[in-house]
Design a protein around this ligand. Structure first.
Ligand code: C2E
Ligand code: CA
Ligand code: CA
Length: 643
C-alpha cells in the first residue's frame, strides 16, 4: 500500500516534469501569465514531494512529532498556494491584473496572507488542525481554510469562464473541466477528508491549462507577444453577435514604414510593445490587439469607465514626445479611427468593410495624433463602400473601365515624350468614381487582379494601335500597386499581352506605388527583377509621401523616381523644402535614376523644376489626364509647336 501511494506520487512528479519540459520547449516565457503558470508547476512539484515525505512519515513514525505537524501545515500551505496562483493565472490571462489599483491587489491577496499566518502558527494555536494523542483533529478555523481555497478556485474559474469566448474553444471547455474537478475534490475533501482525488485533479488541471496556453499561442503576434488579428476578429465577431454597444478603435502608426526602415528591428519591436502598454494603461483594457504593420486595435464597451476624451488626451500627450528605446529615440505619428458596433445595426461583413474603409483612409493632417470619428461616416461609408464594390463588378462585366493618359514632358526639350495611363470609372449609377477610392477597395476584395489585366490590355493596345513610337513618344507609364506586383501571375499576364500586341517591353514603364502594408521583401524584389529581366523599366511612384522607401530605391532595379505632388508643392511654400528637393534630385542623379515631378501647375513651378534639373514634368499646367484621341491630338499639336 505504501509503495503504491508513493509510486503514484512519483508518477505525478514525472508527469509534471514532462509538462515543465514541454512548457520551456514551446514557449518563450515573457508574459505575466506564463510566469505565473511556471510558478504553478514548480509549486506543484514541491507539493507532491512534500506529500511523499508525509506518506513516509505517517507509515514509519506513527508518533506525531513536530516535524509531522510542520509537514502537514506545509501541505495545506502549498495546496492553497496552487489555488491562489491559479486565480492569478486566470486574472492575468483574461484580464489585466498588473494594472489593478493597489487596493484591489491587496484585496486579492488578503485571504491568502491571513491563511498563511494561521497555517504557520497552527502548531501553537491549533486553529486549523492539531494532533491529540496521535489523533488528527480539525481546528475551529478549518472551514476558513476550505473557504479560502474555494474562493480562489471559483474566482479564477469564473473569470476564465466569463471571457472564454475570446479564446479558442478548447479554453472554454478546459475551464469547465477544471471547475468540475475543483468542485468535486472539494466536496470529497469536506465529506471524507480524502485528498487522493485532489492530487489527480491537480495534474489534470495543469495539463489542461498547458494545452490551452499552447492553443492560445495561435492568437499571439509572434514578435510582440500581443494578441493578433485572429484574436481581434474573434472578439469583434463575438461583440457583433452580442449586439452590444461597443466601439472599435483602430490606432495606426502613420509613419510606420519610414520608422521601420530607419531603425533596427529590435527597438521598433520594443517601441510597439511599449506603445501597447500605453494603450492598455490609458484605456484600462485587458487586451490590445496588434494587427501588424503598426496597426493596433482596442474594443471598448460603451458606458464603461472608459472615457474617450481622456483616452485621446492621454494619447496626444504621449505621442507628442518620442519613445526612447534602447538608446534610440523614435517619434510616431498616429491616426485613430473610432468605429461603432451599433446595437444590431451592423453585421460581420459590413463591419469588415467599415474597418477596411477606415484602414484605407488617407491621412489628412500633419498632426501627431489625428482622430476620425467613425460616426461621421459610419453606416454611410459602409453603404458607399458596398456600392463602389458593385460598381467595380459592373464595370468589369460591362467593360466600362477606360484609360486616360496624362502627358509627361521632357524638361530639357519641352516635348511630350511620355504619358501616364490613369484608370477611369464612370458608373451609370454612381457617376465618376476616383481611382483613389476604387483601387484600394478592389485591392481588398481581390478584383484588382482582373482590373490589372484590363489596364495592361488597354495600355499595350493603345501603344500599338496609334504607333506612339513614331509620334516621338518614348515610353508609357502604367500604374501597378504593390499588391498587383506581388501577383505571381503578373509576369505571365505581361508576357501574354506583349505577344498579342507585339510591342517592346522597354516602351512600358511600370510605376509602382508603395503602401504601408508589409510585404515579403524578398519576393517583391524577385518580382521586380523578373520584370526588369523581361525588359520593362520601373519607377517608384509617390516618392515623399511617407511610405516611400529609400532602401528599396537603392537596392531594387529601379530606373526612375516619381516625386509626389505634395513634396513638389511644399518646395514652393518653404525655402528649406526647396533646398531639400534640390538635394534629393541631385542625389537621385548621382545614383543614375531619372526624376519625374508630378503636380506641375504653374509656369513658375515648371521653370524652377527645370532649373533643378528635373528630367520629366507632369501636371495640370500642361494637361489634365485626357482620353486616347485627345492625347493623340495633344501630342501632334504640342510637339509641332516646339522646334
Ligand atoms: P498617381 O499615380 O499618383 O497619379 C497621379 C494623380 O495625380 C492622378 O490622379 C492625376 O490626375 C493627378 N494629377 C496629375 N497632375 C496633377 C496636378 O497638376 N495637380 C493635381 N491636383 N493633380 C494632378 P488620379 O487619376 O485621380 O489617380 C489617383 C491615383 O489612383 C493614382 O495616383 C494612382 O495611385 C491610382 N491609379 C490610377 N490609375 C491606376 C491604375 O491603372 N492602376 C493602379 N494600380 N492605380 C491607379
Ligand atoms: Ca502613378
Ligand atoms: Ca504619383
Amino acid at each position: 500500500m505504501l509503495n503504491l501511494r508513493i509510486s503514484f506520487n512519483v508518477m505525478y512528479i514525472l508527469i509534471l516534469l514532462v509538462c515543465i519540459w514541454f512548457f520551456y520547449a514551446t514557449m518563450k516565457v515573457k508574459i505575466r501569465y506564463q510566469k505565473v503558470f511556471r510558478g504553478i508547476m514548480w509549486v506543484s512539484v514541491v507539493l507532491y514531494l512534500n506529500h511523499i515525505i508525509g506518506i513516509v512519515m505517517e507509515e514509519t513514525c506513527p508518533e506525531q512529532d513536530f516535524n509531522r505537524i510542520l509537514q502537514q501545515s506545509g501541505h495545506y500551505f502549498l495546496s492553497a498556494a496552487v489555488y491562489v496562483l491559479y486565480a492569478l493565472f486566470m486574472n492575468s490571462f483574461v484580464k489585466q491584473f498588473q494594472y489593478y489599483p493597489k487596493w484591489r491587489k491587496a484585496l486579492f491577496y488578503a485571504p491568502s496572507v491571513l491563511l498563511s499566518i494561521l497555517l504557520f502558527t497552527t502548531p501553537w494555536t491549533h486553529l486549523i488542525f492539531y494532533y491529540e494523542q496521535g489523533q488528527y483533529h480539525v481546528g475551529p478555523l478549518f472551514p476558513f481554510m476550505i473557504m479560502v481555497r474555494a474562493l480562489y478556485a471559483l474566482g479564477g474559474t469564473v473569470e476564465g469562464y466569463r471571457k472564454r469566448k475570446l479564446y479558442p474553444d478548447i479554453f472554454g471547455q478546459s475551464i469547465l473541466v477544471i471547475a468540475f474537478f475543483s468542485l468535486l475534490q472539494m466536496v470529497i475533501f469536506v465529506l471524507f477528508r480524502d485528498e487522493s482525488l485532489y492530487y489527480s485533479a491537480l495534474i489534470v488541471d495543469v495539463i489542461l491549462c498547458l494545452l490551452t496556453m499552447t492553443f492560445v499561442e495561435f492568437y499571439k503576434d509572434s514578435q510582440t507577444g500581443l494578441l493578433n488579428d485572429a484574436a481581434f476578429w474573434k472578439y469583434v465577431n463575438y461583440g457583433i453577435k452580442q449586439k452590444s454597444n461597443r466601439e472599435v478603435y483602430l490606432i495606426k502608426l502613420k509613419n510606420y514604414q519610414y520608422v521601420k526602415e530607419n531603425c533596427h528591428a529590435i527597438p521598433l519591436q520594443m517601441a510597439i510593445q511599449e506603445m501597447a502598454e500605453c494603450i492598455k494603461e490609458y484605456s484600462m483594457l485587458p487586451s490590445v490587439y496588434y494587427l501588424g504593420s503598426g496597426r493596433f486595435s482596442i474594443v471598448v464597451q460603451k458606458h464603461a469607465k472608459f472615457s474617450q476624451e481622456k483616452f485621446i488626451e492621454k494619447m496626444k500627450e504621449r505621442f507628442c514626445v518620442p519613445f526612447d528605446v534602447n538608446g534610440a529615440s523614435i517619434s510616431f505619428k498616429i491616426f485613430i479611427a473610432i468605429m461603432n458596433l451599433e446595437r444590431g445595426r451592423i453585421d460581420k461583413n459590413n463591419f469588415s468593410r467599415y474597418f477596411s474603409a477606415c484602414d484605407d483612409m488617407k491621412s489628412r493632417s500633419i498632426e501627431n495624433v489625428e482622430v476620425i470619428q467613425g460616426d461621421s461616416f459610419g453606416i454611410d461609408q459602409i453603404q458607399r463602400y458596398h456600392s463602389v464594390e458593385e460598381a467595380i463588378d459592373r464595370a468589369l462585366a460591362e467593360n466600362s473601365f477606360h484609360m486616360f493618359y496624362q502627358p509627361i514632358i521632357q524638361a530639357k526639350t519641352g516635348k511630350v515624350i511620355s504619358a501616364e495611363g490613369l484608370l477611369r470609372l464612370n458608373d451609370r449609377l454612381l457617376g465618376y468614381i476616383s481611382p483613389e477610392e476604387f483601387i484600394p477597395i478592389s485591392e481588398n476584395n481581390g478584383k484588382i487582379l482582373d482590373i490589372s489585366e484590363f489596364v495592361i490590355d488597354s495600355v499595350f493596345r493603345f501603344v500599338k494601335e496609334h504607333n506612339l513610337e513614331e509620334m516621338g513618344i518614348e515610353f508609357i507609364e502604367m500604374n501597378l500597386s504593390m499588391i498587383q506586383c506581388m501577383d505571381g501571375k503578373l509576369p505571365d499576364k505581361l508576357r501574354k499581352y506583349l505577344n498579342i500586341y507585339q510591342i517592346k517591353p522597354s516602351f512600358i514603364n511600370l510605376e509602382i506605388t508603395e503602401t504601408a502594408t508589409n510585404f515579403d521583401e524578398e519576393r517583391l524584389k524577385e518580382q521586380f527583377i523578373k520584370m526588369r529581366n523581361m525588359g520593362f523599366t520601373i519607377s517608384i511612384d509617390d516618392y515623399g509621401t511617407g511610405y516611400s522607401n529609400l532602401v528599396r530605391v537603392l537596392e531594387y532595379p529601379i530606373n526612375c523616381i516619381k516625386l509626389d505632388k505634395s513634396i513638389v508643392w511644399s518646395a514652393f511654400h518653404n525655402g528649406d523644402n526647396f533646398v531639400t528637393l534640390k538635394n534629393l534630385i541631385a542625389m537621385f542623379h548621382d545614383v543614375n535614376k531619372k526624376v519625374v515631378a508630378e503636380g506641375v501647375e504653374s509656369a513658375e513651378q515648371m521653370d524652377a523644376l527645370t532649373g533643378l534639373d528635373c528630367d520629366y514634368l507632369q501636371g495640370y499646367y500642361y494637361s489634365k489626364p485626357i482620353n486616347e484621341d485627345e492625347f493623340i491630338r495633344f501630342v501632334s499639336k504640342y510637339n509641332s509647336l516646339i522646334v
